[in-house]
Design a protein around this ligand. Sequence first.
Ligand code: SF4
Length: 508
Amino acid sequence: MARIVLTADYTLMTDFRDLPLATFFSCIPTDFWQSRLAFRALAPSPPHTKGEARYAPYGLRKLEAALLRTFEREELVVAHPRHVNRFIGPETEIVGIHSMDPLGLGPVSMSFTNGGTLTPYTKACFEELCLSLPDGNRNFKVVLGGAGVWHFGFRPEEKDRLGIDHLVAGELDHVAGEIFQDIMDGTAPERIPEPLNPPRLEEIPPIVAPSMHGMVEVMRGCGRGCQFCEVTLRRLRYFSTEFIQHEASINARAGLTNAWLHSDDIFLYKVEDYKTMQPNSDAIKEIFQTVMDVKGIASGNPTHGTLSSVCADPELIADLTKILRVRSDNWIGLQSGLETGSVTLVEKVMPRKLLPFKPSEWPEVVLDSIKILNDNYWYPALTAIIGLPGETPEDAYDTCVLMDRMEKVSSNPHFIVAPLSFVPIGVLRGEDFYRPDEMIDEARFNVAYRCWKGILREIDETLWGFSKMPTIVKAIMNTIGRIGGRHVMGILERFGQRNGFKIWPPLA
Ligand code: SF4
């Protein structure tokens, strides 16, 4: 039993067998047997010790570290989501839940569930967790935090149905203890306002126990200013090499030999020239080298990075390839935003994403960067936004044209583009959600179709070679991937036919 029990929904606690990019599977629908089979195979139960989670999402580990400044270790536990009730007793005062996509309104879920008409695993697992907590005369308060808290602004009625007492958003490193104490004292409001000032670097404690995927945070914020992005509203801060090394050592000591270096754009680490956003290659190489020098770390990869920086400094990619010991039989992934193929839209909503290049150069930047990344055995996992405010059918077809050119960038290019439905966050908060079930037209249908066609091609051509797991597991995964991919294509094709949409490009 513990006074404070922290946990996260199952999709954030499973390691998805460490398959590259498999975390996207947390957003697949629960509605079809094919997707249920895929989830069951890909999302094993997280390891635990008597119900205590061995690894936890980085954000939850940060909260744990922050609370330990106010509370004693024995008062707090981080629990496996399906063993959480083992730790709840009369002395429990708070159950804190971390979720990224509690109601399935995130862009990936909205896209994978036809605008929320189906139920993604993120939403289903979050609901399962909330409804599994002891009911009746509760002595404890349920507090929800994490990047998905904004969902309850759109679905306020869900808060009571799921038994949530308090919602808290934003960076809490410097105020977590105070907020939890107020909740215990009964003086906190239901919606706890985001702290006016984000924490300074010295107010952010390092994690004290291992994080999922060996994740360590390199920086916070992003100065590129894309209007559809929440991250850009945060102040830029960079963690020191010592801080990053310390967190990587905690993970390495727990047996995590691969390190994910998390940022929203790794190539902005300690950037010096904000006018050009030219990467500070020495600083970037130093943090990667620092992590690779940690005893027990055998490999590493960045999480996110911008394509324009890849083009701006191809030498940096080549140097990082050597530092990270990336080879032709050991590729790494990089998540990045393609967003749109339309130069007009780029100018409107993300002109700084192109720096040091001009918006008009976006298609060439995308093509060159994919080639540079692939030449260095980096696998770009891109996202395209469908339904950006002001997007015309011509803009959507520009995205189709660009994807077509991307497939010809070399004789055997490797990348995927995941289609995301626009959700109104960042500067564009207040705009409408893009609801594909009601709003889709032939042009946007073709963007989604083209993305899925590319994903299926990659499943067929590369999944076998890129997965590192026993042959039998690999065979099962490949079979599921091929069946699942064709299932999605079948749904899309039938949907297109029903609506009279023609597949682009038209047959000659
Ligand atoms: S570059 Fe990425 S993280 Fe930065 S503002 Fe744009 S979308 Fe957000």
